[in-house]
Design a protein around this ligand. Structure first.
Ligand code: MG
Length: 388
């Protein structure tokens, strides 16, 4: 795997937002914009080192402003122009880095998928940027005194809006930075490669990868980042002899187990429906139809993991889950620590964010007579990034 370094540019003072604090240090949902940007790369498996470029007066407080990271992370003082800040960041990149990414700190909702695409294209082509196509008709406009008039209509398919990250093979980046040190002015690093006659690949960015520039952008991001969704799920399986009783992948000793197309793991099935329901992403029967051989005997934990992938791709993460299992016998209490541990791992939450409770049905109805096992689940999701 390529050694990837990222330079996160937070050198600006965000004058357009008008406040005394640079925009990248403003908070969205409990973390600053800068910390969210750093975290996006710190969590990416390919990124090995992070360099953050800060305004001079904030460098002394870098450790607090950047926040904890699991990768090596340094912060350096930015320059007057963006390209001076990028050059300062480049000087702190290690000699091992083969791919260098540059990212605007003001784009805190960059996804792992976009980072992946930029790395892959930069490795293949030397330079690459994330960009989004425009959906509006694009006009070239000229000022005539107080008025503006259309000069031309630009073919829409030729227009893409540049985002970051922008990625470069080391040698390509080194050249671009050297050019920037000379007289050349550029608003992004790709432009430097263009000016030097190099090819820059364009990969799909994402609408959520917005640059927070105006007070309206900030207000919208704050609304989106704090959005929550709740979902419920329910499952029941008939109990028959000689089937394993599986709850969240834990085999519970029992003379009977659930009859079913899959492993009949009611905890995972109810939780899968709760997760999908919260995100408005359908249900277990739609995603994993029992008419499809792929899902025959599929472990419940696998289905839950697949549902979580769908939900994460839609920009949600789990806050907590609360589950009730209704079963007449055996006693389930001894198994809850392991059930909770496995669910916490799957949901990527701390163990105390997963609750599992056992109930009996007091001898009443099919569950009470020991003919069936049922489970109820409630899950809370939190918006991970910006807009959906
Ligand atoms: Mg089921």
């Amino acid at each position: 795997m390529q050694q990837v370094a990222v330079v996160i540019v937070a050198g600006g003072r965000g004058v357009r937002l008008g406040g005394a604090v640079p925009k990248q240090l403003l908070e969205i949902g409990g973390m600053t914009i800068l910390q969210r940007s750093v975290r996006a790369f710190d969590r990416h498996p390919a990124v090995r080192e992070i360099v953050v470029v800060l305004p001079a007066e904030y460098v002394g407080d870098g450790a607090r402003l950047v926040g904890p990271t699991s990768r090596p992370c340094v912060w350096v003082t930015g320059g007057a122009r963006r390209q001076d800040s990028v050059r300062a960041g480049w000087q702190a990149v290690s000699a091992e880095a083969e791919i260098v990414l540059v990212h605007d700190a003001a784009r805190p909702f960059v996804s792992a998928a976009v980072i992946d695409r930029v790395i892959a294209a930069a490795a293949a082509d030397g330079a690459a940027i994330a960009a989004v196509a425009v959906s509006d008709t694009v006009k070239r406009v000229r000022a005539e005194g107080e008025r503006r008039v259309i000069v031309d209509t630009v073919p829409r398919e030729e227009v893409w809006l540049a985002q970051t990250p922008q990625g470069f093979r080391r040698a390509v980046f080194e050249r671009a930075v050297a050019d920037a040190a000379a007289a050349i002015e550029a608003t992004d690093e790709a432009r430097l490669v263009e000016l030097a006659g190099g090819r820059v690949a364009v990969v799909e960015g994402e609408a959520v990868n917005v640059k927070i520039t105006t007070a309206d952008d900030l207000a919208q991001a704050r609304r989106d980042a704090t959005e929550m969704r709740v979902g419920t799920g329910y499952d029941l399986h008939q109990l028959v002899a000689d089937r394993p009783l599986v709850l969240a992948g834990v085999v519970v000793p029992s003379p009977v187990g659930p009859l079913g197309h899959s492993d009949g793991d009611v905890v995972c099935h109810a939780l899968t429906d709760a997760v999908l329901g919260a995100a408005g992403a359908g249900d277990i029967g739609q995603l994993f139809p029992n008419t499809d051989a792929r899902w025959k005997d599929a472990p419940g934990l696998d289905l839950l993991g697949r549902a979580l992938t769908v939900v994460r791709e839609r920009g949600w993460s789990v806050v907590n889950a609360d589950i009730t299992v209704v079963l007449e016998r055996p006693k389930l209490l001894p198994h809850w620590p392991e059930v909770r541990r496995r669910l916490a791992e799957a949901l990527e939450v701390p163990v105390d964010a997963v609750s599992v409770k056992g109930k009996t049905n007091e001898g009443v109805d099919a569950v009470g007579r020991g003919e069936a096992i049922a489970s109820h689940a409630v899950v809370l999701l939190r918006r991970v990034g910006g807009v959906a």
